[in-house]
Design a binder for this molecule. Structure first.
Ligand SMILES: [Zn+2]
Length: 372
């Protein structure tokens, strides 16, 4: 088994170190294909290429690239496929048929494969690949590929349950049944309702394939129905605590306790509206609302206090997940700044083992257990 220690590089003395980081939620291919961002560029190069663009609110404010991930020693991530299907009466953005949504996710997969072809990324789908990738990152170079676990955010693109088998064969290893609004298989954020017959079928297939169920975005009713029916591996890739921001997108303490009881790991996200109450999209600024990485540490600490240890929380930033620097902690310029978190945790009294657990080991151990 891999221990955390080998992944910590001490820079000068025993006090300053660079920690290996596992980010459990990044919409990389969405940025490549819908924002037209070449993620092999530096963050600055991407920003320069977007000067004057007004089609999206986060133009020139991106924070993620594969280059920045290497600079920040973020050697593994959970990378998403994401495409919503919306019914005619819905006013959410999305595709008008599940077939279009499926095709969109297939394009996203093609981008990940193209990154593999040029050695920028490498797929991690089993224990052997995971362990050898971690070995590689014990001594990384400027060219070491970023490892990714493929995850589907919202299951609407599963035209039929059989598509899940096809997706698994393509390397899919985690899936969240819902995203925003009512979905085919569950009700997501800002909607209310259960998982229905189709959701139950999906859960059965998820468990049969030993896929990881991502509890993120399930509305309360769908969350508890899922917990009742599902017995396989579960994590929450990017989710914060309702105690800080009272919204259905956030977990109640009861939900967190349920997940802890199932040995889940919860990744803490960096979307500003989930970090401080009363954020107004497009109006509030990180500076005016005092949003910094400190709130991430508060969320981490809250989960550690509920579990009585540091074993159930990690990092799941969602950076560039439809928002950029305008809606990020003000002390983060690029994803490489995640390296500030270990010090903040240390200042809060966390020891080195705790910090390693949070920064990478909890998600790594979760995968090792799930795949062995
Ligand atoms: Zn999300």
């Amino acid at each position: 088994m891999v221990t955390g220690g080998v992944l910590t590089i001490f820079v000068t003395d025993k006090k300053s170190f660079i920690m290996f980081i596992f980010d459990a939620h990044l919409d990389l291919s969405m940025n490549a294909l819908e924002w037209n961002r070449d993620l092999t560029w530096t963050v600055d190069e991407i920003r320069k290429s977007e000067v004057g663009m007004t089609d999206k609110p986060d133009r020139e404010k991106n924070t993620v690239s594969l280059d920045a991930m290497r600079k920040g020693n973020i050697g593994i991530c959970v990378a998403t496929q994401i495409a919503r299907y919306v019914k005619k009466e819905s006013n959410l953005p999305g595709w008008n048929s599940p077939h279009q949504a499926w095709a969109q996710t297939q394009g996203q997969l093609a981008w990940y494969k193209a990154m593999e072809d040029i050695g920028e990324m490498t797929a991690i789908t089993n224990l052997e690949q995971l362990n050898s990738h971690i070995k590689l990152w014990e001594d990384p170079t400027s060219k070491t590929p970023i490892g990714y676990i493929l995850s589907l955010e919202g299951a609407d693109s599963m035209v039929t349950i059989d598509h899940l088998q096809r997706a698994y064969d393509q390397g899919l290893r985690a899936i969240g049944p819902a995203h925003y609004g009512p979905g085919t298989y569950a009700h997501g954020t800002n909607s209310t309702g259960g998982i229905g017959v189709k959701g139950k079928e999906l859960l059965k297939k998820i468990q049969e394939l030993n896929l990881i169920l991502d509890a993120t975005h399930l509305c309360d009713i769908s969350f508890w129905e899922t917990m009742k029916l599902y017995d396989g591996p579960v994590w929450a890739s990017h989710n914060n605590c309702r105690t800080f921001v009272d919204h259905n997108r956030q977990f109640t303490d009861e939900q967190i306790q349920e997940l802890i009881g199932r040995n889940a790991v919860i990744g803490i996200a960096l979307d500003a509206w989930m970090m401080v109450p009363n954020w107004v999209r497009g109006k509030s600024t990180p500076e005016s609302m005092g949003v910094t990485l400190k709130q991430m540490v508060n969320n981490i600490d809250h989960i550690c206090q509920l579990s009585g240890n540091s074993l159930h929380v990690g990092i799941g930033t969602d950076l560039d997940g439809g928002f950029g620097k305008e809606q990020c902690p003000s002390d983060l310029d690029t994803i490489a700044d995640l390296q500030k978190i270990p010090q903040l945790l240390s200042d809060r009294g966390y020891d080195q083992q705790d910090i390693q657990n949070i920064m990478h080991q909890n998600f790594i151990s979760f995968l090792q257990k799930t795949w062995s």
